[in-house]
Design a protein around this ligand. Structure first.
Ligand SMILES: [Zn+2]
Ligand SMILES: [Zn+2]
Length: 266
C-alpha cells in the first residue's frame, strides 16, 4: 500500500502568521508539506517546515528516509536543520532536489555542513523509483530569487500532483486548458496552490509582488466537479484566505480544501 498524508495546508507563514492578531482564532495550519509512505514502508517527506515535530506526529512517523524539495522559499526548507546534530542527529537521509537547489545547499553554510557531516546525501535526479511508486519532478514557473521550483507527480496505482506554489496558470499551463493539462498528466488527485482566494486579498501589497493564481480564477477554470473527475485539493493557504474560515466556495463545487492529516491511498 502506498499513501500520501497532507502534513501542512498553509502558505509558508502558517496560520496564524507571525504578526497577525488572529482575533478570529482561526484553526492552526502548518506550512505545506506531504508525507509519502512507499510499499515497503519507506518514509519520504516533501518540503520541510520548522513545524517538523508536529508534522511527523500528524504523519505518525518518528523519522524519514528521504526528502524531496520543491524550492527554496522559507516554509519549504526552514526545517532542514532539525535533522542535524542539535536535534534529530540523523545520518544518510537522501535529499532530492534540483541542480540549482543542490548548488544553493552547497553554498549555504548552515546546510552544507550537514552534507559534510553525512546528515544528507544530495541527489538531483528528476525521476526517482521507490518501492511501489515513482516520483517525477516537473519544473514550474515561480519567482526564482533563490532556486527554481518543481512540482512532483507521485505515481503508484493512482497519480498525485503536488503543486504548492506557482505564479500564474498562464505560465504553468503554457497555453493549455487546466482540465486538459491534468488529464494529459493523468492526475487523479491534485494538491494545488490555493494561497489567495481573490486578487484583492492583500491590502498592503501590490498583487504583482506576490503572484499566485487566485482560487477564484482556478474555480472558474475548473467549474463543477463532474462524473469521472479526479480530486482537487487547495493547499498553501495564506492566513488572509477566507477559505481558512469557510470552505464552502470550494466544497459546493465538489472540490476540497486541505486539512492537516488528510490521507490519500494511491
Ligand atoms: Zn510556499
Ligand atoms: Zn514559493
Amino acid at each position: 500500500m502506498v499513501s500520501v498524508t497532507l502534513l501542512g495546508s498553509a502558505q509558508d507563514g502558517g496560520v496564524p502568521q507571525a504578526g497577525s492578531a488572529n482575533s478570529e482564532k482561526l484553526q492552526k495550519r502548518y506550512p505545506v508539506a506531504i508525507g509519502l509512505v512507499d510499499s515497503d514502508g519507506g518514509r519520504h517527506l516533501f518540503d520541510v517546515s520548522r513545524y517538523l515535530a508536529e508534522q511527523l506526529q500528524i504523519w505518525g512517523q518518528t523519522g524519514v528516509d528521504s526528502i524531496f524539495l520543491t524550492h527554496a522559499h522559507i516554509g519549504h526548507v526552514d526545517g532542514l536543520t532539525l535533522f542535524g546534530k542539535e536535534v534529530m542527529n540523523c545520518q544518510g537521509i537522501t535529499l532530492n532536489c534540483s541542480k540549482i537547489m543542490h548548488d544553493l545547499i552547497k553554498n549555504t553554510p548552515i546546510w552544507s555542513i550537514m552534507v559534510d557531516q553525512g546528515v544528507f546525501t544530495l541527489k538531483t535526479n528528476n525521476f526517482v523509483k521507490l518501492p511501489g511508486v515513482t516520483v517525477e519532478a516537473i519544473e514550474i514557473p515561480h519567482r526564482a530569487e533563490l532556486s527554481d521550483m518543481h512540482a512532483y507527480i507521485i505515481k503508484a496505482d493512482k497519480s498525485l500532483l503536488y503543486l504548492p506554489d506557482h505564479d500564474t496558470w498562464r505560465e504553468t499551463l503554457n497555453g493549455h486548458d487546466l482540465r486538459a493539462w491534468l488529464n494529459h498528466l493523468e492526475i487523479d488527485i491534485a494538491l494545488i496552490d490555493g494561497t489567495f482566494f481573490s486578487k484583492d486579498e492583500l491590502k498592503n501589497r501590490k498583487q504583482e509582488e506576490i503572484p499566485h493564481p487566485p482560487v477564484e480564477q482556478t474555480l472558474e477554470m475548473l467549474g463543477e466537479r463532474r462524473e469521472g473527475d479526479g480530486e482537487i485539493v487547495f493547499i498553501h493557504l495564506n492566513h488572509t484566505n477566507p477559505l481558512c474560515r469557510d470552505d464552502t466556495p470550494v466544497t459546493e463545487l465538489g472540490w476540497k480544501v486541505g486539512q492537516e492529516g488528510m490521507r490519500f491511498l494511491i
